[in-house]
Design a protein around this ligand. Structure first.
Ligand SMILES: [Zn+2]
Length: 325
């Protein structure tokens, strides 16, 4: 059996999968509840021990996704997103305590690995996954192989700049795509629309900014709320237009949207598709499918972490595609 770990800025999720990719046990705890990396590692060790007691068996390896994680060094490097300073050598730590191989990758790659190993991207050699969560993460697969780039920064689509966008981003700049195309971004759009239309007729006007969620906007849109529907249209328009740049750069066979916002289905897919088709090069008339992933993001990421390590154990050829280029 394999252990997959997805270390996020808010929660750390763990899953034990069997050889066929079925998650048989899952757990999670708050990443931010610890003063520093040593305390976090202690909590992680405790959680792994608890899971292995609940589900005993031979652990064949561990796959980990984390922000700023480097496949080559096995470290989480300068994990400012996790509130820690310096590097965390998580591979060395867990290999010593568990006695099995541990591999790490950037967490933005996990959904792409999950789709490639167990999902709809099996057999597709050129695609991207766009994860719409708190921010926007992107996994890029070219010619059957994950792309990391020279500095491991490939796929930072969330921080690609959008024309005329004055919104401030968490990265310190203005105008990034994720200030629109993310769960946080659509909340900002909904609030802008509410202020423009003086609230009034929208059911979203009853929410404070802290209480409104992507789910409440989705629900309101499904019930025909015009502000919520317009918020999705604006999000799709901005995202679809930016995806044209992706088409120009890597010519993918498919684009998978993942995460809570993507679960809104056609509410987001339709305006994204419309914008993509409106702005793309018009002499390329082939279809580029934009699909929402059927596997929820949490699960897909855990499956990706398990897929990273299970392929490594199968053969070097099977694993080659997860070695980022
Ligand atoms: Zn940014």
């Amino acid at each position: 059996m394999y252990l997959g770990i997805d270390i996020g800025g808010t929660n750390t999720k763990l899953g034990i999968a069997d050889g066929a990719g079925n998650l048989v046990l899952e757990a999670s705890f708050r990443t931010t509840a610890y003063a520093g990396a040593p305390q976090f590692l202690k909590a992680l060790d405790g959680e792994i021990h608890r899971m292995l007691t609940l589900h005993p068996g031979r652990l064949a390896g561990v796959g980990i996704g984390a922000p700023s994680a480097n496949y080559k060094s096995g470290k989480i490097e300068n994990a400012a997103n996790l509130g820690w300073n310096g590097d965390l050598d998580i591979k060395a730590h867990l290999e010593a305590s568990l006695g099995c191989t541990v591999l790490v990758t950037n967490d933005a790659n996990l959904p792409a690995i999950g789709e490639m190993t167990y999902g709809a991207a099996q057999g597709i050699r050129n695609f991207i996954t766009v994860s719409l969560g708190t921010g926007l993460g992107c996994g890029v697969v070219c010619n059957g192989q994950l792309v990391g780039g020279h500095h491991g920064m490939a796929g930072e689509l969330g921080h690609a700049l959008v024309d005329g966008n004055e919104r401030k981003c968490g990265c310190g700049r203005k105008g990034c795509l994720e200030t629109y195309a993310s769960a946080t971004g659509i909340r900002r759009t909904a609030f802008e629309l509410l202020s423009k239309h003086n609230g009034g007729y929208s059911e979203l006007a009853d929410f404070s900014f802290a209480k409104i969620t992507a789910e409440s906007i989705t629900q309101a849109a499904l019930e025909g709320d015009e502000v919520a529907i317009q918020a999705f249209e604006i999000t799709g328009e901005v995202l679809g237009k930016k995806l044209v740049d992706v088409l120009c750069l890597i010519d993918p066979e498919a684009i998978f949207l993942v995460g809570g916002l993507a679960q809104a289905g056609e509410l987001l897919l339709a305006p994204t598709r419309t914008a993509l088709n409106k702005h793309r090069l018009n002499h390329n008339n082939y279809d580029i499918p934009i699909k929402s992933s059927v596997i929820p993001l949490d699960r897909l990421s855990l499956l990706g972490a398990c897929g990273l390590i299970s392929s490594y154990n199968q053969s070097s050829a099977a694993h080659e595609k997860y070695r980022t280029i």
